[in-house]
Structure formats: structure tokens, C-alpha cells
Write a protein that binds this ligand. Structure first.
Ligand code: MSP
Length: 472
């Protein structure tokens, strides 16, 4: 593993309040960041998230609420920060693209790309989807509508724009992918991107004449920088304006869902090559989930908020249920009925029950041996490999095998029937297993893991209220 680790999530649009989709990616990033902090120490990890605040979509949402775009962004951006706090997600920095320091550096990078001759002026004519904030080709449209935003009419635009020479740059992008300079994961996504680049890529417009809510193009103030281009720059600008973070460039891992992989694996890389900057190491696109088999959408009324989950399952319950629902990287389905079932089986009966009964039989016994359980000496290759390949479900399954083993140890020895030296011996045997389980749980369930470690650190052990009360 590298000596430093820089991990990012997408910066989310402020036209929407945080929902479980945003939480899913940010939580995954938090688990990786916590794991890396255990391995590399806190100062060597930089976990960045934030909000994407410019563009026509945000301006329209603000107008609907009778606010200026900036007022609206100032209202919604903190909602994301609060949601991450609620879920015990601890980014090292939260970037907002309306930050003047971001604006300044974004302009400087774009100017550099312009000076190197990778940008030219031309006329754009075509369909634009404001919901996606992207141009659509005729073949993208289904019955004349954007497939992702069928209720919003695409807008036909004809205007003067600046273009990035993506066609030319994409050949360099392909070369760098093929030489393994950066990796697109999972493998299936790598293959999709390579095929698409080989099919041919057109130059893209990187400025807007008709959108005033944006960062001005530095050499032509009548235009603003296309919101996606400037948003991608956030990963770089943050390292430049936050003190002490320069050393983190380039990113080790960009996390996102597959919907925005093209932007991250091709357009972003082309911009970096044009600017002469080093490329990120890995781009990982996870899948999209549905809710009870249906697309999550406002119109269906099935959008789940982080608060709703935390109110029912608690912070760590929510963290566990989201990351164990299906393998990270694949598409999946979330269902509250299944969440409740798994909460009761794995958390209330599994982990919670093991801790409660072990504490109960241990109370009154004084631990004699000094136990040296650290993250390094308990995280075995199987667990590490799973986490380093972003297989959260497998890493959790590995811990739950250990929970089952410890449970069996208790069942087989019936400690409630033991007394004196026999009981003491049993306790000394079972507690290292509990401590190991808690240590491995640290990146996933930080509060629970800390509570267990505290409860079993000795010399005496006291029963505590149930970690995961059963849900009826
Ligand atoms: N602002 C851009 C990103 C710019 S990054 C330089 C954007 N924002 S977004 O608010 O639409 O967030 C998209 C991301 O939210 C997805 O890539 C994914 O991380 C997350 N998800 C939103 N809905 C989701 C699901 N239903 N399933 C999985 N992830 C989901 O795009």
C-alpha cells in the first residue's frame, strides 16, 4: 500500500438534499479512509468530499425556491455536512465549489490548458439535459427525452462555446490506461470504457454562453466554465488551497457510481494530461441500487434519507446494513424489510448477543493477562485483501465468521455453569476473540467497536445496555 492515501467522493449537487445514494458512496469512502488511517496513521490520509454548487440545474432549483443560487447553496450544502456527521463519516475536508479559492485555481488550470493549445472556439448545436448537466446525442434520446430525466424536456442549444480537443487527448488517455498508469475498476467497467474510447470520441464543449451561475472563463468573461469541468477540478484545487495537502496529489482513489464514470475516467484524465498534471491511480465505479426493485425517485416517493435509517437502525446499524447489502461494485437492491431482518439476525442476535452474554458471564472476574491486540496484529491477509479490493461485504463476512466462532466457543463451554478457576480460564480464552472482532470492526462500526474495546479492556468487565436492541 502507498505511503499516503488520498481518497475522494463525487461532490454532490446542491439541488437535492442528501439521500441514501449519496450516503452509500460517502460511507464506503469513510470506511476506506478509516482503514487507511489505521494502517498509515492519520496525517497520511486525506479524505475529501463536498458539494457541487454551480450550473443551470442549481440555478433553476434556487429560482423555484425564490432564492439566489448562492443563498440556496448556503442552505443545502450544510445539510450534506450534517448528514455525514450523523452517519459518523469523517472527511478531512468538505469542499464547496463556490469557495473563491477553488474558483481561482480552477481558472488557473483552465488557462494553462488553453495556453497549451488544447482549447479552441467553435459553435455548439445540439440537445442539452439540465438534469444531467450534459449534452446528449440524438442516439442518447429516447422518444426525444433524456432517459434519466424523462419529465424534463431536453433543451436545444446553439451557441458559441469553447471546445476541448478530447478526440486528440483520448488517444493519450487510452495509451495511459493500456500502460496501466491508472486503473478503472471493476474490470467490467474498464472494458466498457476502453471499448467506448476505441469507438471514437468527439471534442466536447467546456464552456457555456447562457449560464451565468458559474465560474467565468478566464480569457473570455462572457462565458462560464462548464460545471462538470470545474467540478472535476475540485479534486486538484483542494490539495492546492488547503495548507499541507499538496503532497497528496495525485489521488489514490476516486470513488463514484457508474453514472459518472465517463467523466472521471476519460474527461478528467484528458484535462489532467492537457494541464500536465499527474494522473490519479484508481477510479472505482460502484453500481446503482434500486429500492424494492424500483428506481429511487421523488415521483415514486421512495427516496430514503440518512435520518430515516439512523432513526430506525442507529448509526452503526445503518453503516452495517448499507455495506453488507450487496457486493460493492455490483448493482443491488435495498429493502427496509430485509434491513430489519438482517439487523435482528446479524446485529441484535449476532454481534449484540455475543457481547451481552460474554459481558454477563465475565462480570466480577478480574482479568490477569495483559492482552496486546492491535489493528496490525489482528487484520489478517484475507481481511486486508478484501478491504484493499473494496469488497466490503467479504470483509464483513470475515468478521461475522469470527463472531460465529466466538459464539460457538461460548455455547460449547457453557460458562454460566462454570465457577472459580475454570470460569476465569474460559474468560481469558474468549476475551481476545472479542477484542479481535472489535478491532476489525473499527473502520465499519467505529462507535460500537470503541464501546466494546472499552468494555472489555479490563481489569474488570461490566455489563452494558444492549448494543443493538431488537426491532419488532
Ligand atoms: N455533481 C456531480 C458529481 C461531480 S464530481 C466532480 C453529481 N452529483 S450527484 O449529486 O448527482 O451525485 C451522483 C452520485 O451519487 C453517484 O455517482 C453516486 O455516488 C451517488 N448515488 C446517487 N444515487 C445512487 C444510487 N441509487 N445508487 C448508488 N449510488 C448513488 O453527479
Amino acid at each position: 500500500m502507498a505511503k499516503k492515501f488520498y481518497i475522494t467522493t463525487p461532490i454532490y449537487y446542491v439541488n437535492d438534499v442528501p439521500h441514501v445514494g449519496h450516503a452509500y458512496t460517502t460511507l464506503a469512502a469513510d470506511v476506506i479512509a478509516r482503514y487507511c488511517r489505521q494502517k498509515l496513521s492519520k496525517e497520511n490520509v486525506f479524505f475529501l468530499t463536498g458539494t457541487d454548487e454551480h450550473g443551470a440545474n442549481v440555478a433553476q432549483a434556487a429560482a423555484k425556491h425564490g432564492k439566489t443560487p448562492k443563498e440556496y447553496a448556503d442552505e443545502v450544502s450544510p445539510r450534506f455536512q450534517e448528514a455525514w456527521k450523523l452517519l459518523d463519516i469523517e472527511p478531512d475536508y468538505f469542499i464547496r465549489t463556490t469557495d473563491p479559492r477553488h474558483k481561482k485555481i480552477a481558472q488557473e488550470v483552465l488557462q494553462k490548458i488553453y495556453d497549451k493549445g488544447y482549447i479552441y472556439s467553435g459553435d455548439y448545436e445540439g440537445w442539452y439535459c439540465i438534469g444531467c448537466e450534459k449534452f446528449l446525442t440524438e442516439s442518447d434520446l429516447i422518444d426525444g427525452k433524456c432517459p434519466l430525466h424523462p419529465t424534463r424536456e431536453p433543451v436545444y442549444q446553439k451557441e458559441k462555446n469553447y471546445f476541448l480537443k478530447l478526440k486528440e487527448l483520448s488517444q493519450q488517455v487510452l495509451k495511459r490506461i493500456e500502460q496501466g498508469e491508472y486503473h478503472i475498476l471493476p474490470e467490467k467497467r474498464h472494458n466498457e470504457i476502453v471499448t467506448r474510447v476505441k469507438q471514437g470520441v468527439e471534442d466536447i464543449s467546456i464552456s457555456r454562453a447562457g449560464v451565468s451561475w458559474g465560474i467565468p472563463v478566464p480569457w473570455d468573461k462572457t462565458q462560464t466554465i462548464y460545471v462538470w469541468v470545474e467540478a472535476l477540478f475540485n479534486y486538484y484545487t483542494a490539495t492546492q488551497f488547503i495548507e499541507g495537502k499538496q503532497k497528496f496529489w495525485p489521488p489514490n482513489l476516486h470513488l463514484m457510481a457508474k453514472d459518472i464514470l465517463w467523466f472521471h475516467s476519460v474527461i478528467w484524465q484528458a484535462l489532467l494530461i492537457a494541464a500536465g498534471l499527474e494522473l490519479p491511480k484508481t477510479i472505482f465505479a460502484h453500481g446503482f441500487f434500486t429500492i424494492d426493485g424500483q428506481k429511487m425517485s421523488k415521483s415514486l416517493g421512495n427516496v430514503i434519507s440518512p435520518e430515516q435509517l439512523v432513526n430506525t437502525y442507529g448509526v452503526d446499524g445503518t453503516r452495517y446494513l448499507l455495506l453488507s447489502a450487496y457486493q460493492f461494485g455490483s448493482d443491488g437492491d435495498l429493502s427496509l424489510a430485509k434491513f430489519t431482518e438482517r439487523y435482528n439476525a446479524d446485529l441484535a442476535n449476532g454481534l449484540g448477543n455475543l457481547i451481552a452474554r460474554t459481558a454477563k458471564v465475565s462480570s466480577g472476574v478480574t482479568l490477569s493477562k495483559h492482552l496486546n491486540i492491535t489493528f496490525e496484529n489482528v487484520s489478517t491477509d484475507e481481511y486486508k485483501k478484501a478491504l484493499e479490493q473494496y469488497r466490503f461485504q467479504d470483509a464483513l463476512a470475515f468478521i461475522w465468521e469470527k463472531i460465529k466462532f466466538a459464539d460457538k466457543l461460548v455455547d460449547d463451554n457453557e460458562p454460566w455453569k462454570l465457577k472459580g478457576k475454570d470460569l476465569e480460564e474460559f474468560i481469558q480464552r474468549v476475551i481476545p476473540h472479542i477484542q479481535e472482532i472489535a478491532t476489525l470492526l473499527l473502520p465499519f462500526l467505529p462507535q460500537t467497536a470503541e464501546k466494546i474495546l472499552e468494555q472489555f479492556k479490563g481489569p474488570t468487565i461490566v455489563s452494558q445496555p444492549a448494543l443493538f436492541p431488537r426491532i419488532q
